[in-house]
Design a binder for this molecule. Structure first.
Ligand SMILES: [Ca+2]
Ligand SMILES: [Ca+2]
Ligand SMILES: [Ca+2]
Length: 244
């Protein structure tokens, strides 16, 4: 049996660090699957995006750097997550910064302008795992690109294309840290099947929800909020008892 702390922790980061303590989650062993950004992910979920917006909206989380024209000895790094780097670009031109991931994984680069972003390993431009626009009320982040960055000893080169005012804000977050487990709700009674789930930082598949503990996911009249009907052999409210 495999135990993990990361799942519970990641799902709670945006809510409460205090809740991210000793909780251990028992991995299900049947039909659940570990969703990856590459397999059917159409957009990042609300957890990582809203978390990024919190830092973008907090002036105390902003750091200012000046990008260089190409990679030079003076090219600044934007390595720290949970910050918005306000990157000044060369006037009317592409600017270069560096990014060395603290942990290998899928890194999301949110930006305040829909300018281009290219991540390179040496001379090789990497293909993004995902890019999409962002539209969150009250949040200045408008686009995101996700790259799978495997090396924690590489300074990846990040080229930022021309931007209005020669200034663009960049928030980098690791997608794996914001995974949430969703459960299949096949009978649409708002209670999911504990045994059929996905763990993902992306928007969940259709019909998947965060609430679980449906003991019969093919009958919408049976779930933990249903009323127990006495005198039959059905546990309508999923509490394990036929008498209450
Ligand atoms: Ca259900
Ligand atoms: Ca009953
Ligand atoms: Ca019952």
């Amino acid at each position: 049996m495999k135990m993990t702390m990361r799942n519970v922790c990641g799902a709670l980061v945006g809510l409460s660090l205090a809740a991210c303590g000793p909780a251990l989650e028992e991995e299900q062993d049947t039909t659940q699957q570990e969703a990856s950004l590459e397999a059917g992910c159409t957009a990042l979920g609300s957890s990582i995006t809203s978390h990024s917006c919190v830092h973008s909206n907090n002036a105390a989380d902003h750091l200012a750097v000046t990008a260089t024209s190409g990679l030079t000895a003076g090219t600044p790094s934007i390595n720290t997550a949970h910050k918005q780097y306000d990157v000044t670009l060369p006037a009317g031109a592409t600017g270069t910064v560096k990014f060395r991931p603290a942990t290998a994984g899928s890194w999301a680069f949110y930006r305040t302008q829909a300018n281009t972003l290219t991540v390179k390993n040496g001379a090789t431009a990497l293909s993004p795992a995902l890019t999409h626009t962002v539209s969150v009320s009250g949040c200045g982040l408008v686009t995101v690109a996700v790259y799978d960055l495997a090396s924690t000893t590489t300074d990846y080169q990040v080229d930022l294309g021309t931007a209005s005012g020669n200034l663009v804000g960049v928030v980098a977050e690791r997608a794996e840290d914001y995974r949430i487990r969703y459960y299949q709700d096949a009978d649409s009674d708002t209670w999911g099947n504990t045994n059929v789930s996905v763990l993902t930082a992306c928007v969940p598949p259709s019909g998947y929800i965060t609430q679980r503990f449906d003991c019969n996911d093919s009958n919408a009249s049976i779930n933990p909020s249903a009323t127990e009907l006495l005198g039959n052999s059905v546990d309508e409210n999923c509490n394990g008892s036929l008498t209450n």
